[in-house]
Design a protein around this ligand. Structure first.
Ligand code: SF4
Ligand code: SF4
Length: 218
């Protein structure tokens, strides 16, 4: 801290800048608007003259020189790209049950929080009881979904996919966008299958990678 510093306002050294003259012409921007319009019109007339004389190509004529493609939607549809994320589906096992093990990874990853899962145990006598769960309820609110695909990425079982090729339909009530498990399991992939090409190794299956119910201690 400086001591013996003189009190009072500091003396400022500098060159004063004169204030611009803010008359009505400046305040209304009319001269600047006129200048901008004049420049735009100059470009317009020059380009038009050059195109009329054949000195410049017409980009509009060029773009339709090969004809115009019309798609008579919805009778005709453009094919979606391979990576298109459509309405979700739940994939099946060979016995028709869901591949989903109700691990909740997808609902945890979902940024829109639009997946609701209620896990349940398989019945007594089923080899999967005590080993893995299944979704008693699996609900997706397709209206809240932002189609990011995080749920598909998060799933360790390839149980949820967005390869149906179906885009969300324009329903007229919110309830119609609530897709329950049965509906999600009824959709097929674009290859027409409800399965997945990824193999699934069931508990006790010789192809299972080293874990059986006995080894798992159940
Ligand atoms: S696509 Fe994204 S927003 Fe939609 S359910 Fe999956 S994780 Fe949620
Ligand atoms: S769909 Fe996949 S990530 Fe979601 S609960 Fe089922 S197994 Fe887990």
């Amino acid at each position: 801290m400086l001591i013996n510093q003189p009190l009072g306002p500091k003396k400022v050294v500098g060159t004063p800048i004169p204030r611009p003259d803010r008359n009505a012409s400046v305040q209304t921007y009319i001269p600047e608007i006129a200048k901008g319009l004049a420049m735009t019109m100059a470009h317009f007339f020059r380009n038009t003259k050059e195109m009329a004389l054949g000195q410049r190509n017409d980009p509009t004529i060029e773009s339709i020189s090969d004809g115009i493609n019309c798609v008579s939607y919805p009778e005709q549809r453009r094919p979606y790209a391979e990576r298109f994320r459509g309405v979700h589906r739940l994939t099946h096992r060979a016995d028709g049950s869901p591949r989903c093990v109700a691990c909740l990874c997808c609902s945890t990853a979902c940024p829109a929080q639009c997946i609701h899962i209620e896990p349940a145990e398989y019945p007594v006598g089923d080899s999967r009881r005590g080993y893995e769960r299944f979704p008693a309820r699996f609900v997706i609110d397709e209206l809240r979904c932002v189609f990011c695909g995080f749920c598909v990425e998060a799933c360790p079982c390839d149980a949820i996919r967005m390869d149906t090729g179906i885009h969300a339909a324009p329903y007229d009530s919110r309830e119609q966008f609530i897709f329950e498990k049965d509906l999600l399991m009824s959709f097929k992939g674009r290859d027409g299958s409800q399965l997945s090409e990824n193999p699934r190794h069931e508990p006790g299956d010789p192809t299972h990678p080293g874990v059986t119910r006995e080894h798992g201690g159940h």
